[in-house]
Structure formats: structure tokens, C-alpha cells
Design a protein around this ligand. Structure first.
Ligand SMILES: [Zn+2]
Ligand SMILES: [Zn+2]
Length: 123
């Protein structure tokens, strides 16, 4: 909602579909599986590319861990850098969908979906 009106044809189709599902749920207390399933599929499709991707390193690395900057590192190696007293670098898993500059925890697509899902039953 905060992002303004839908622009692309896909957005408009999705918005119309979601409005239709809402109407079915609110007015008729009935949402057929044939409407819910495509909606769930759409959410999954949006989320799919936004998975934890490459580990990104910003800042200073000690001699021991210097090479990590040039290679893709594992979650364990990332933990080593975080625990290392000589490394002052920020290490995070980036979002594969948003790119290396975006932490997977700051991904707006994941955030938005998580926010909606954690709303619970409140209208
Ligand atoms: Zn993302
Ligand atoms: Zn280090």
C-alpha cells in the first residue's frame, strides 16, 4: 500500500485478484481453494528469488581472513570472521534476489511478506 498504485500489468492483475479474494472472504466468508491456491503460489513465486545468497563482507579483515573477501565463503567461515577479534568487518548473508548490497534480513520483499504473515488474525 505504501508503495503507491500498481504500475505493471502484473501488479494490476495481482491487485485485482487479491481484492477479489478479500471480497470473497469479507462479504461471503467464502474463499474457494481455486482462489487461495494461486495466491499462495504468487507469494511463493515472489519469495523464491529472495533467499540467502552470497556472504558479503564490508570493512577490515585481518591477514588470516583477508582472502575471504575475494571468494564466496560459507556460513561457518562467516562466523569465524564475526568471532575474530582482529576482523572489524561486517559480514552478512546477502539476498540473492536483491543483490550483494542487501542483507537477507533487510530484504524488502521478505520483510513485507513476513510482516503480513505475522499479523495473525487481526484485520
Ligand atoms: Zn530480496
Ligand atoms: Zn580475522
Amino acid at each position: 500500500m505504501a508503495d503507491g498504485p500498481p504500475t505493471s500489468a502484473l501488479d494490476q492483475t495481482a491487485a485485482a485478484f487479491i481484492a477479489d479474494v478479500r471480497m470473497q472472504a469479507d462479504d461471503h466468508h467464502l474463499v474457494p481453494a481455486s482462489m487461495v491456491y494461486p495466491l499462495l503460489g504468487a507469494v511463493e513465486a515472489v519469495l523464491k528469488p529472495h533467499q540467502p545468497g552470497r556472504v558479503t563482507i564490508f570493512g577490515h579483515l585481518c591477514k588470516l581472513h583477508k582472502a575471504h573477501r575475494d571468494f564466496s565463503i560459507t556460513a561457518r567461515e562467516a562466523d569465524d570472521v564475526r568471532a575474530c577479534p582482529d576482523c572489524t568487518a561486517t559480514v552478512y548473508a546477502s539476498c540473492a534476489g536483491c543483490g550483494p548490497q542487501v542483507s537477507v534480513n533487510a530484504c524488502r520483499a521478505r520483510e513485507a511478506i513476513a510482516r503480513e504473515l505475522t499479523k495473525g488474525g487481526t484485520p
